[in-house]
Design a protein around this ligand. Structure first.
Ligand SMILES: Cc1cc2nc3c(=O)[nH]c(=O)nc-3n(C[C@H](O)[C@H](O)[C@H](O)COP(=O)(O)OP(=O)(O)OC[C@H]3O[C@@H](n4cnc5c(N)ncnc54)[C@H](O)[C@@H]3O)c2cc1C
Length: 415
């Protein structure tokens, strides 16, 4: 049900933002329930069945971990993405200028695929179709939430649709707005932020050879570089590039001609994946680590980029957010089925206790990887080399890393 005007004055749950995280949460809250409660999803962009207009559903090609695929399959969302998803059977991690490296395969963690690469527009289309098909989710778009204020017994929200303003209340507000709309500042929630001084260039590449379902992660001293397998398109063998550079070099990299860009990239990534033939449209993302100081308050929970934004090197941002969202959905569903208050601080504290350890472990893993592999410092390079040898020689360590990358370190949540 899609509208620009909210249909009720009060809701059990209002989700702000229908990016990957907010949209998936809405699906999880309502999955297979005949009476899931009053759930409203407010999105500033238009939601339709064509190419997704939400700003986060852009040119990125995220790696969905095995645990994310399990969750999306449970929510019957994966079925619409699967045909366009590329499984990763092997991951090769190497260090530019050094022999050897780490080689991981599905069997290290007893799975066939370590993850899947899916293009954001494919994810967007599957999510939007599910939202539009759902009778249980009320969609308000294109509508901007301009204020969120606590009041006795509920949260008060102001919604702006063109020149009209609406006031509604909610037992629980989930902020999944990606962190750009200023609601966090309004609520006085502080964000701890560390800039890596790097930006990532992303682009699709046409390759001479087939990728054979191998993902390459290479550390160049200036920052990590990833080549991810993609489906073939119009006969072209394709891979997705995520290439990190120091901030002050990014403008010159973007200004390179395609031929010079390919030559520089080929020098950095070596010949393991074969010859690069063409590069598609490039986009740049500045990279920071941001973690909100509070992730819940009475009647408020934070999810996705607004709660934590990670460096993309380890491909963990959405995967972690999805695990947070599934845990929150399970918690809220239980409350609503038992006719309890889903916004009570005790319930939200219980959710936080479930996700806190996973967040700490995943954020630390991603941050350590980034720092360790973004430097030419000799001592760090030796440590990096020893680390890689250690991982190769110690199967339990390798298995542990593979399970972390796949999102299997925490027990799965059941809805
Ligand atoms: C280069 C790059 C590569 C990445 N690769 C991976 C990867 O391999 N694996 C992985 O797991 N993660 C990856 N990530 C991270 C992933 O992209 C993010 O975790 C994810 O996009 C976060 O989505 P979100 O829903 O929290 O936010 P967003 O996508 O920003 O969505 C927020 C939504 O809220 C809406 N909105 C904002 N304010 C308001 C308001 N006031 N009212 C109403 N609506 C509002 C916006 O319109 C938007 O649709 C990568 C990130 C980058 C930059």
């Amino acid at each position: 049900m899609i509208n620009q005007t909210p249909q009720h004055d009060h809701y059990d749950v209002v989700i702000i933002g229908a990016g990957m995280v907010g949209a998936t949460l809405a699906c999880a809250l309502t999955h297979q329930l005949t009476d899931p409660g009053k759930i409203l999803l407010v999105e500033a962009s238009l939601i339709h069945t064509g190419k997704a207009a939400q700003p986060g559903l852009d040119a990125r090609r995220p790696v969905l971990s095995a645990s994310s695929v399990d969750y999306l399959r449970t929510l019957v969302l994966w079925q619409a993405m699967q045909a366009a998803a590329t499984p990763i059977h092997h991951i090769q991690v190497s260090d530019q200028g050094h022999f050897g490296g780490v080689h991981m395969q599905g069997s290290d963690a007893r799975v066939e695929a370590l993850g899947h690469v899916v293009e954001n527009p494919v994810i967007g289309q599957a999510l939007n179709q599910a939202l539009l098909d759902s009778a249980a989710i009320e969609l308000c778009c294109p509508v901007q939430v301009t204020a969120v204020k606590p009041q006795p017994g509920s949260m008060l929200l102001s919604l702006q649709a063109d020149d009209k303003v609406y006031s509604i209340s909610a037992a629980l507000v989930v902020l999944a707005e990606g962190g750009r709309s200023g609601l966090m500042q309004q609520l006085g929630i502080h964000i701890n932020s560390h800039s890596y001084g790097q930006s990532a260039v992303i682009a699709n590449l046409a390759m001479l050879q087939p990728h054979q379902h191998i993902a390459y992660e290479r550390f160049t001293g200036k920052g990590p570089l990833a080549l991810l397998p993609l489906t073939t398109h119009a006969g072209a063998q394709r891979m997705a590039l995520v290439w990190t550079h120091p901030q002050d070099e990014i403008a010159s990299v973007m200004a390179l001609s395609d031929a010079d860009f390919i030559a520089r990239l080929q020098a950095d990534c070596g010949q393991a994946a074969g010859q690069i033939l063409q590069v598609g449209k490039r986009a740049v993302f500045p990279l920071t680590l941001q973690v909100a100081e509070e992730q819940f308050r009475p009647r408020l929970a934070l999810l996705g980029n607004v709660a934590h934004t990670l460096h993309p090197v380890a491909g963990q941002g959405f995967n972690l957010a999805l695990r947070d969202a599934m845990a929150l959905a399970a918690n809220v569903r239980q409350s609503l089925q038992a006719r309890q208050d889903p916004g009570s601080v005790l319930r939200l504290q219980a959710w936080w206790e479930v996700v806190q350890k996973d967040q700490l472990r995943t954020i630390t893993f991603s941050d350590v990887m980034t720092r360790l592999f973004s430097t030419n410092n000799t001592a760090m390079a030796v440590l990096r080399k020893l680390g890689m040898i250690g991982i190769e020689l110690l199967p339990p360590v390798k298995q542990h890393l593979a399970r972390q990358a796949m999102g299997y370190q925490s027990p799965a949540v059941r809805l």
